[in-house]
Write a protein that binds this ligand. Structure first.
Ligand SMILES: C[S@@+](CC[C@H](N)C(=O)[O-])C[C@H]1O[C@@H](n2cnc3c(N)ncnc32)[C@H](O)[C@@H]1O
Length: 313
């Protein structure tokens, strides 16, 4: 077992692949772009690494996303040392650049879509992928607080209710057209101070440790890099601040990728928990509201930021 693991790593393309997939998850098509190699060559290397349980696959409908796997204890033990050495010596800078280009491509797809469909969005979303009703349970998780940040505020659907729950509400969205719709909805002399800011969920235009509550409603399935977004939610939260995320349970509606610019066909609880953990957040509550024949199921999670003191201990 040890020998076959070492043999599978003794190849420069496979080392590059593992280093890439340790930092993110990508489809074969995306990996061919990052490595600038043909698909059959990339697939051959992936299969070998899968057989050794160095990589695993996350299925999303008919698409497969590859990522580093934590199931091979020897690999888990030796990889950090190898990775540090590679980072100093060989791990090509171009791979990092190419990974960033893929994230940018994913992000642009969603941004272009929302810029194009902003004025018809509210009707479109209800018509194409209606969710089971969950607003009441979502608002149960949002207790009155000082500073609330809504990430992916969209057309500002939730703002009329949020203004009664916080002293200041900052709504961030990467689509200028969606923000323009939200601006029409809000009244400047309402019961709380509202600010709308153009920004991206993995680089939020919000000060570190300034938010009591971060709300992310039906936005995560558009995240180019969900793990990075979780770290950003944690960054802007005060110690013991709370993030509330509502999104889709895993589904098979492949067409949502084209018709709604969805990047992810819902989320498994295990993946959410890994991202929370890596971001220094712990799960306080997780509930599912199951779908029906014509309505998509939803999860609502609530997570708390660990105190900085607890993390550094
Ligand atoms: C499905 S709408 C949800 C809007 C709102 N949260 C609601 O509940 O009505 C998704 C919104 O997320 C925004 N979005 C998508 N990707 C984003 C990103 N990377 N950063 C910030 N906003 C993003 C889109 O522009 C869109 O306005």
């Amino acid at each position: 077992m040890t020998l076959s693991l070492l043999k599978s790593l003794a190849d420069s393309t496979r080392l590059r692949l593992v280093a890439i997939l340790f930092r993110g998850e990508f489809t074969v098509q995306e990996l061919t772009e990052i490595l600038d190699m043909g698909q059959s060559r990339v697939s051959r290397h992936l299969k070998l690494l899968l057989d050794e349980k160095i990589l695993s696959v996350r299925r999303q409908g008919t698409w497969s996303y590859y990522r580093a796997c934590k199931e091979n204890p020897l690999f888990v033990e030796i990889w950090p040392v190898l990775d540090a050495t590679l980072a100093m010596e060989a791990f090509p800078r171009e791979d990092l650049g190419a990974m960033a280009a893929i994230y940018e491509k994913r992000r642009r797809k969603s941004q272009d879509f929302f810029n194009h469909h902003a004025s018809e969005w509210d009707g479109l979303s209800h018509r194409l992928l209606p969710t089971t009703p969950y607003a009441e349970q979502l608002f149960d998780r949002i207790l009155p607080c000082q500073n609330l940040v809504e990430v992916g505020v969209g057309t500002g659907n939730l703002l009329p209710s949020l203004v009664f729950l916080a002293q200041t509400v900052v709504g961030v969205d990467q689509s200028p057209a969606m923000l323009a719709q939200a601006r029409q909805r809000i009244s400047l002399d309402g019961p709380c101070h509202i600010e709308l800011r153009l920004g991206e969920m993995s680089h939020l235009p919000v000060l570190s440790a300034s938010a009591d509550l971060v709300l992310v409603n039906m936005v995560l399935h558009h995240a180019a890099n969900p793990g990075k977004a979780f770290k950003e939610f944690a960054r802007i939260l005060k110690d013991e601040g709370k993030v509330v995320i509502a999104d889709l349970l895993p589904h098979q509606y492949e067409w949502a990728r084209e018709s709604l610019a969805d990047l992810w066909l819902g989320f498994e609880r295990g993946d959410l928990e890994s991202w929370l953990d890596e971001a220094g957040l712990f799960l306080a509550d997780y509930r599912t509201i199951h779908g029906t024949a014509d309505r998509q199921g939803v999860f609502i999670l609530e997570a708390i930021k660990r105190c900085t003191e607890q993390i550094t201990k």
